[in-house]
Design a protein around this ligand. Structure first.
Ligand SMILES: Nc1nc2c(c(=O)[nH]1)N[C@H]1C(S)=C(S)[C@@H](COP(=O)(O)OP(=O)(O)OC[C@H]3O[C@@H](n4cnc5c(=O)[nH]c(N)nc54)[C@H](O)[C@@H]3O)O[C@H]1N2
Ligand SMILES: Nc1nc2c(c(=O)[nH]1)N[C@H]1C(S)=C(S)[C@@H](COP(=O)(O)OP(=O)(O)OC[C@H]3O[C@@H](n4cnc5c(=O)[nH]c(N)nc54)[C@H](O)[C@@H]3O)O[C@H]1N2
Ligand code: SF4
Ligand SMILES: [Mo]
Length: 703
């Protein structure tokens, strides 16, 4: 009889849904992985990507042994070496760098490959080791920094309402979010609201698979949502539908903000956003007469110059209507603001020998090419693929190609970034290591128990840094804590919402809901802002107001690059993960760009032809799809394609290294390009090159 058991785990990916999963292990091998039916948010389902998790983990391109570069940087030629040899070389190089240039010449570059508190980004796995060295700090701002900062200025934290409470809304706005692709588990709660009669509105420049399911779709120009929010408020206040009691008791700066709203009548808003004035009026009237309205806003709309301001203004809608005080009302952005684990105890920044500078994840090119005193001499890439994910790809590559830079990459697969490594260390996958997770779209913590032994010589990140510390003879005992001990330290938080959340329970039950009040009205007793009120005016950021997009609104640039490019989540990949899975790659249709027929015709372009999408920073190749689901003036592609499997570049070749207004985030969707014809392809051969451009791609149907 074969032995069979099931092991509870957690999806580690950067996705709000934070799924709980069940691995079936037979004779020591993982044979099945499915969503945990007992988890109230997962409810037994994973997604199109993670259904192929085990298949991908066993792919022949999985990195299983330490590697040392033998070719030129960027070439991707390596030889296998032993762990001892790899760690000796890293230790020697690090000691040289720290001695000659100081600890800050070391940049630990953590990415979102896993969000785990032990192995991934939430815990900055290995941070204690880098603190002891005095390495530069890393601002992991690539994803939601602007929106989080905007929410924090308004309500005091990115927190917001519990997405499960969308079920209690009478009107639901899905604003700059495409959940049916980027986090579908919230959909059940949207559907529950609709069954009870709620009206559903999608606000997105693209008619996505989510927008197609909505009762109504508004398509603003990218980056103009702040103006739209002010226009809706203009209508609401014009009808006298504001909640004076709530405004009086619970907010700061209302008088001034009301004057600002008066500057945005619907016809002006229509000119800025491209949304017809009567649609602004109709939606404003609907919000004015419906209680409560729930707004689900995620990252899409904050990848713009004014992304922080946009979230502040959107959060102002339920402050004006008083919906923040009602179950099913408010804005759901990221529940991570409600997680009260003891991160300081895990990170141990007190181990730093002195205060250190902070380097920006979204500005890797600048960090490697322009930053001095000291220049970055050693780069550790941990669960990140910046050569595919980070703005200004050509600049990033120039930085990574520096001969005097020592680069170590901890990875599972031979990514575009791995090609620039001096040493590659093989990393375990989630079902091969232990971890603790939150979900930033719900209020449960999840435990991931290792289910199987790792292949080859792969190691968890925690273990890699324990071994490296030992190799360097570092004496600090905190560098040698076990995974279990690290989890215990995190969970030892004395915040009341963490009461009863123990490692024992997590191990036994797989997940535990945080001890938040039920129902969860996070701001029932005031907002966690400096004033304790909702802040229309905040001490740090002044009065909330519309901040236009940078490139999209730049008339001069529009003359050269007439199309505003959005590079959003692909249905088949999770950032650059899974883009090397042959089946998902085939289904993705490869790298495509979607244009409205008017824009294609004006350029003499036809559906299915090969084009270059470019600007002064670079260009990428794509197959053109013509569709009326994209509004004129906008071009749409998807993130995540591996450059080396897609003609050498992806969307980040054209994106600028520029900060958002708040939070220092990137501006992926605030980019202007021109699309031009390319000669017909000699399509490259090979198992990963056979993407089927007719397969559909991204999140749009029928093409
Ligand atoms: N399948 C899949 N799921 C994912 C990911 C993935 O790569 N693939 N990525 C994960 C990660 S890391 C994240 S951060 C989230 C991201 O997921 P989302 O928060 O959904 O973000 P995006 O995909 O960037 O954009 C969402 C939508 O916003 C629209 N949009 C762009 N600019 C604007 C604007 O200015 N205004 C408005 N109103 N809409 C705009 C885009 O057209 C897009 O349809 O998803 C996670 N889930
Ligand atoms: N054009 C454009 N670019 C974007 C975006 C966009 O909207 N448009 N979105 C941005 C967003 S939201 C994000 S979050 C970033 C993400 O950018 P990155 O942080 O670079 O994330 P990934 O591309 O998923 O790469 C993560 C890598 O980690 C590896 N990995 C996974 N698990 C582990 C592990 O346990 N250990 C180790 N050592 N490695 C592991 C994976 O194999 C993968 O290669 O991309 C951004 N890039
Ligand atoms: S990517 Fe998101 S939806 Fe898919 S399994 Fe992971 S957490 Fe769930
Ligand atoms: Mo992200």
């Amino acid at each position: 009889m074969p032995s069979e058991l099931t092991v509870l785990g957690a999806c580690p990916l950067d996705c709000p849904d934070g799924c709980s999963w069940v691995v079936t292990v037979r004779d020591g091998a993982a044979v099945r992985l499915r969503g945990n039916p007992a988890h109230p948010y997962t409810r037994g389902a994973l997604c199109a990507k993670v259904n192929r998790w085990l298949e991908r983990a066993a792919q022949p391109d999985r990195i299983q042994y330490p590697l040392r570069r033998v070719g030129a940087k960027g070439e991707g030629r390596f030889e296998r070496v032993g762990w001892d040899e790899a760690l000796d070389e890293i230790a020697a190089r690090l000691e040289d760098v720290v001695r000659e240039h100081g600890g800050e010449a070391v940049w630990p570059y953590w990415g979102t490959g896993t969000l785990g508190y032990l192995q991934g980004l939430e815990g900055y796995s290995g941070r204690r080791f880098f603190n002891v060295l005095g390495a530069s700090a890393h601002d992991a701002n690539i994803c939601s920094a602007a929106g989080s900062a905007g929410m924090a200025e308004a309500v005091g934290s990115p927190g917001g309402m519990d997405p499960e409470d969308l079920a209690h809304a009478r009107l639901v706005l899905l604003w700059g979010t495409n959940p049916l692709t980027s986090g579908h588990h919230v959909w059940k709660f949207v559907q529950d609201a609709r069954k009870a009669g709620a009206h559903l509105v999608a606000i997105d420049p693209v008619r996505t698979r989510t927008a197609r399911q909505a009762d109504e779709h508004l398509a603003p120009l990218p980056g103009t949502d702040g103006a739209l929010a002010l226009g809706l408020l203009h209508v609401i206040v014009g009808l006298g539908a504001q909640d004076e009691g709530f405004l009086d008791r619970g907010t700061l700066g209302w008088r001034e903000f009301r004057d600002r709203i008066a500057e945005y009548p619907p016809d002006r808003v229509a000119r800025i956003t491209g949304v017809p004035a009567d649609r602004v009026v109709a939606l404003g009237e609907r919000i004015a007469r419906t209680r409560p309205t729930a707004i689900r806003a995620t990252q899409g709309l904050q990848r713009h110059a004014g992304g922080g301001a946009a979230l502040r203004l959107i959060a102002a809608i339920p402050a004006v209507t008083g919906d923040w005080a009602r179950r099913g009302g408010g804005v759901a952005f990221s529940t991570s603001g409600h997680v009260k684990l003891d991160k300081a105890a895990l990170w141990r920044d007190d181990l730093r020998p002195r205060p250190v500078r902070t380097l920006s994840m979204s500005r890797l090119g600048e960090g490697l090419l322009d930053v001095q005193d000291p220049p970055v001499k050693a780069l550790f890439v941990i669960a990140a693929n910046p050569a595919g994910s980070t703005p200004h790809q050509n600049k990033v590559r120039r930085g990574l190609a520096r001969e005097d830079l020592f680069t170590v990459v901890l990875e599972q697969f031979p990514t575009d970034t791995v090609d620039y490594a001096d040493i590659v260390l093989p990393a375990t996958a989630q079902h091969e290591h232990a971890d603790l997770h939150e979900g930033y779209g719900h209020l449960y913590l999840t435990w991931n128990e290792p289910a199987v032994a790792p292949p080859g010589e792969c190691l968890p990140t925690t273990e890699t840094f324990r071994r490296l510390a030992h190799r360097m003879g570092l004496q600090e005992p905190a560098l040698y804590d076990s995974d279990e001990s690290l989890a215990e330290q995190l969970l030892a938080s004395d915040h009341p919402w963490m009461a009863g959340v123990t490692l024992d329970r997590l191990r036994k039950e797989g997940f535990v809901r945080m001890s938040v009040p039920d129902p969860f009205l996070p701001y029932a007793d005031g907002f966690p802002t400096p004033s304790g009120r909702f802040e229309f005016r905040s001490p740090a950021a002044g009065l909330a107001g519309y901040v236009p997009p940078a490139e999209v609104a730049d008339e001069e640039r529009a003359g050269r690059y007439p199309l505003a490019l959005v590079s959003a989540a692909s249905h088949e990949f999770l950032n650059t993960q899974f883009a090397n899975n042959p089946e998902l790659r085939r289904r993705s249709g490869g790298l495509t760009v979607r244009l409205h027929e008017d824009d294609a015709r004006a350029r003499g372009l036809v559906d299915g032809q090969r084009v270059a999408v470019g600007n002064d920073r670079g260009s990428f190749e794509a197959v053109l799809r013509i569709t009326d689901e994209v509004r004129p003036g906008v071009a749409v592609t998807t993130k995540g394609h591996w450059a080396k499997l897609s003609g050498g570049s992806n969307a980040n070749a054209v994106v600028d290294e520029r900060d958002t207004d708040l939070g220092g985030g990137p501006v992926f969707h605030d980019t202007r390009v021109e699309v031009t014809a390319l000669p017909a392809p000699p399509r490259p051969a090979g198992p990963l090159a056979d993407a089927d451009p007719a397969a559909g791609g991204s999140d749009l149907p029928g093409g």
